[in-house]
Design a protein around this ligand. Structure first.
Ligand SMILES: Cc1cc2nc3c(=O)[nH]c(=O)nc-3n(C[C@H](O)[C@H](O)[C@H](O)COP(=O)(O)OP(=O)(O)OC[C@H]3O[C@@H](n4cnc5c(N)ncnc54)[C@H](O)[C@@H]3O)c2cc1C
Length: 403
């Protein structure tokens, strides 16, 4: 098969957001192309690779995940507060996975292809085609290259699924530039021959000295292999994310002794959700639309869920033969109802957490149980957090911001 010259939908970028959108569009009968600039889909990995089972369930993928797409099943977490207090969250059953994203992303793209989308790697979109219709500007196609061959495709809609550094969404005209205050810097080593407390649990370390506005993570990929990483705010800190991570690893003999088999770095959107994600003939999905959980930085499940919502909206647009921004705005409405309002609550929690001192974080670790911590990561039980903060007069203002 070769790349055609006309499609209903052209999806730019075959990460989780792009593959999910393309899959849903193809399933619903749209002629769909999924185009990825990298030579091999899924490589290089730029991710801690954690995915919760709730996301997997919401996507209808339970019992369908092939064994090779994940390295480890996870049954909970061990969280260390700044003063070293340990909170163990144990669900006693699998609640998440540490993926092998190079396999996972390739599998998602294959799924889209099997549903009927045309998928092509090594294909970079360099320009959007814009036309005037009824006095308004519409995006009506893309220009790009496959190896050294240039091409142009006409389509009803382009989907910007080009990730955190993608330019397509901005090229289209959406105001999607990431602000420094809502972007974290991530840095990670995949390490082998290390010691871990429990290879079925995520291990998280908080503290402004270890990781300002973020955390250090150990995401196990087996008994002696893990992603050891850090996310920090992007401005106003003394050191880079790598320097903070190296300094922390130096204090951990069981980690320090290991080898580094892969390095990862990248920006992570942690808020600043877009009220509007559509234009005439265009919609953005995934990191390109900042659809990431602002507390833990997880964007795989969010990108896929948004991709499914968008796929349905594009299918409705095709039925009505109306790809105007007005018609596509249903995607804004559904995403904000199903995900955005919850994520905005999570952003509020993050805004509070970044303002409190280490000793207040320790107080929270003493007062909140594991279940509440998990719920806060899903934008729930904000009033419980507010009540704890209210115990201290200096935190009253922060508490009221939550309720
Ligand atoms: C250090 C770090 C750790 C992370 N850890 C986690 C984690 O543990 N769990 C989690 O859920 N999330 C994590 N994330 C976030 C997660 O990786 C992203 O949210 C997720 O990949 C977003 O998916 P996406 O499809 O929107 O974008 P991406 O996965 O970035 O895919 C975008 C794709 O578009 C392609 N592309 C870009 N421009 C073009 C173009 N012009 N033409 C064609 N193709 C193009 C890119 O090559 C890329 O393949 C982490 C991020 C970082 C940086």
């Amino acid at each position: 098969m070769v790349l055609g010259s006309e499609y209903d939908v052209v999806v730019v970028g075959a990460g989780p957001g792009g593959s999910a959108t393309a899959r849903k569009c193809a399933e619903l009968g749209l002629k769909t192309a999924l185009l990825e600039k990298r030579q091999e889909i899924g490589i290089p990995v730029r991710c801690g690779e954690g995915l919760s089972i709730y996301a997997v369930q919401a996507l209808g993928m339970v019992d369908k995940l092939p064994r090779q797409v994940y390295a480890q099943e996870i049954d909970g977490a061990i969280v260390y507060s700044p003063n070293g207090k340990k909170v163990v969250i144990d669900f006693g059953e699998t609640v998440g996975y540490i993926l092998e994203r190079k396999m996972y992303d390739a599998w998602l793209a294959q799924q889209a292809a099997r549903k009927g989308a045309y998928v092509q790697a090594k294909t970079e979109i360099t320009q959007l085609v814009k036309e005037q219709k009824n006095g308004e500007t519409y995006i009506t196609g893309v220009k790009g290259n496959f190896e050294s061959d240039d091409f142009e495709i006409k389509c009803n809609a382009v989907v910007g699924a080009d990730g955190v550094e993608g330019r397509i969404t901005r090229m289209a005209g959406l105001r999607s530039t990431l602000m420094l205050k809502t972007t974290d810097s991530g840095y990670q080593y995949e390490m082998v021959d290390i010691e871990m407390e429990d290879p079925r649990k995520l291990i998280i370390y908080f503290g402004s000295k270890i990781s300002p506005r973020g955390y250090v993570w150990i995401f196990p990929k087996g008994d002696d292999r893990a992603n050891v990483g850090i996310g920090i705010g992007s401005m106003g800190y003394e050191k880079t994310a790598k320097q903070y991570l190296d300094a922390w690893i130096a204090t951990q003999p069981g980690i320090r002794k290991g080898s580094i088999v892969n390095t990862v770095c990248g920006g992570i959107p942690v808020g600043g959700f877009l009220k509007n994600m559509v234009l005439n003939g265009f919609a953005a999905v995934g990191d390109a639309a900042h659809q990431v959980n602002p507390i833990h930085g997880g964007g795989i499940g969010e990108a896929q869920r948004a991709g499914y919502i968008l796929g349905h909206v594009l299918a409705e647009a095709k039925q009505k033969n109306d790809f105007s921004a007005k018609a596509l705005a249903t995607y804004n409405e559904r995403w904000w109802t199903e995900r955005g309002n919850m994520l905005r609550n999570v952003e509020k929690v993050r805004e509070v957490m970044e303002k409190i001192a280490d000793e207040d974080m320790d107080m929270l670790a003493d007062s909140l149980d594991g279940e509440t911590i998990m719920e806060l990561c899903h934008g729930k039980r904000l009033s419980v957090l507010a009540k704890v903060l209210m115990k201290k007069p200096s935190l009253l203002k922060l508490a009221t911001a939550l309720v």
